[in-house]
Design a protein around this ligand. Structure first.
Ligand code: NAG
Ligand code: NAG
Length: 190
């Protein structure tokens, strides 16, 4: 437990720059990174931490983070991402058909997301579930227009001794592709 808390505090230091301001006046960093054992469902703080993981995965990606917080069989679904990539390719290679996974597992996510430019996001709201977190967010560095999105993250409790209390099993997100494409066109990138 002590070791877990030490690791958690280190991680908190890494992510608190974007996570804490979102819950001004509410909780300490320590609260944010300890699992709420008072019920079988997660606390708001745990949900916010999980949202922060997503922000970090697309904003400050490292393979160490992806290995720590994504299950090996993690899947990522987003027709918005597939449509964006069809209209204005952001990655090389063929775009999967609509309704297919963007990434079918962690290895694919790491290969595809790892080299992407950093996307900065702010979290507008997070809803805590028992096995999922829902989040409304805004991507802020994609041009003059904000790109707002919604994401549902399936989560599982991490094994004892893990660096994070929860791990991501799946992501389901949709976002404002029209706004993103308009930004890319303005920038001559589409
Ligand atoms: C991303 O990492 C850089 C360098 O480690 C750090 O300066 C920055 O604050 C981090 N950004 C976020 C959003 O955590
Ligand atoms: C990940 O998914 C890709 C695409 O389906 C597949 O080729 C690859 O073998 C999978 N890797 C692992 C480790 O499951």
């Amino acid at each position: 437990m002590l070791a877990f808390q030490q690791v958690s505090v280190l991680f908190a230091l890494a992510v608190h720059t974007f996570a804490i301001p979102l819950i001004a006046n509410r909780d300490t960093v320590q609260d944010l990174f300890s699992r709420d054992d008072s019920s079988s469902c997660m606390s708001n703080n745990n949900a916010l931490q999980i949202g922060g993981l997503w922000v970090e995965l697309i904003g400050n990606y490292t393979q160490d983070l992806a290995d720590a917080v994504l299950l090996p069989g993690f899947t990522d679904y987003s027709d918005s991402a597939l449509s964006l990539n069809s209209a204005c390719p952001q990655t090389t290679g063929p775009t999967p058909a609509l309704m297919s996974a963007v990434f079918e597992n962690r290895t694919q996510f790491e290969a595809g997301q790892g080299p992407q430019p950093s996307i900065q996001s702010t979290i507008s709201q997070v809803w805590n579930g028992c096995t999922s977190v829902t989040m409304r967010y805004q991507m802020t560095n994609l041009g003059t227009r904000p790109v707002v999105g919604l994401i549902v993250m399936d989560v599982v409790e991490a094994p004892a001794g893990s660096s994070h209390p929860y791990q991501l099993a799946g992501m389901f997100s949709e976002f404002d592709v029209g706004s993103w494409i308009s930004n890319l066109k303005d920038a001559g990138q589409c």
